[in-house]
Write a protein that binds this ligand. Structure first.
Ligand code: E4P
Length: 219
């Protein structure tokens, strides 16, 4: 399973990249606004930190303008992945861009039928939003299950990128279902490392080791 971080905060992205476990980055207009940075500049900086796909989202709602915006965004770096909304214009844009070899992430997916459309439009990634689905009384994980089943039924190559993740349990469930990618806020990635028994275990080993008076030579 690939791990993407869902943020435009450079310090957080660097911290995650330093673990060696980061496969990509997703941003959206809200995350760019939160960063307080110029969209093009911050996207360029993110692309220089991470080798994998960096999703940068168009903001136009019509196909022609989306294409023009995508043209600007894909010039930023080779690893830019154009993010488009799951609308007719968004999918027209997806079809056109992917036929030229550009990576496209189709975002704001809330149904399995929408995911089917994204795959037919040649999307590189589809982003079903589990947290927002749960928030509105639906079952986000059953949506992921349905999409993974449909893509496997027909051999679609579109990767299921689980988005709007709120906690480590969402990550676990996505992995059990076999989703390709999880994009997570930095706090959720950090949460994956944690276990109270790991902390207690370290505490015990350190205390017992100190009693031996020994040290392991480091040079
Ligand atoms: C990812 O691509 C989405 O932009 C993101 O996961 C949305 O998350 P939110 O529902 O927490 O805003």
């Amino acid at each position: 399973m690939k791990f993407f971080v869902d943020t435009a905060d450079i310090a957080d992205i660097k911290e995650m990249a330093d673990t060696g476990l980061l496969d990509g980055v997703t941003t959206n207009p809200s995350l760019i606004a939160k960063s307080g940075r110029d969209f093009i500049e911050v996207t360029r900086e993110i692309c220089s930190i991470v080798d994998g796909p960096v999703s940068a989202e168009v903001v136009a709602l019509d196909h022609e303008t989306m294409m023009k915006e995508a043209e600007t965004l894909r010039k930023i770096a080779d690893n830019v992945c154009i993010k488009v909304p799951l609308t007719i214009d968004g999918l027209k844009t997806c079809k056109k861009l992917t036929s030229d070899g550009t990576q496209v992430n189709v975002t704001l997916c809330f149904s399995a039928n929408q995911a089917l459309l994204a795959a037919k439009a040649g999307a590189t990634f589809v982003s079903p939003f589990v947290g927002r689905h749960d928030d509105n009384g639906f079952d986000g994980m059953s949506l992921i299950e349905d999409i993974v089943t449909i893509y496997s039924n027909y051999g679609f190559e579109t990767e299921v990128l689980v988005a709007s993740i709120r906690n480590p349990v969402h990550v676990l469930q996505s992995a059990l279902i076999g989703a390709d990618v999880a994009t997570m806020p930095p706090a959720v990635i950090k949460g994956l490392f944690k276990h109270i028994l790991t902390d207690k275990g370290i505490e015990g080993f350190v205390a017992d080791w100190e009693k031996t008076g020994q040290s392991i030579p480091t040079s």
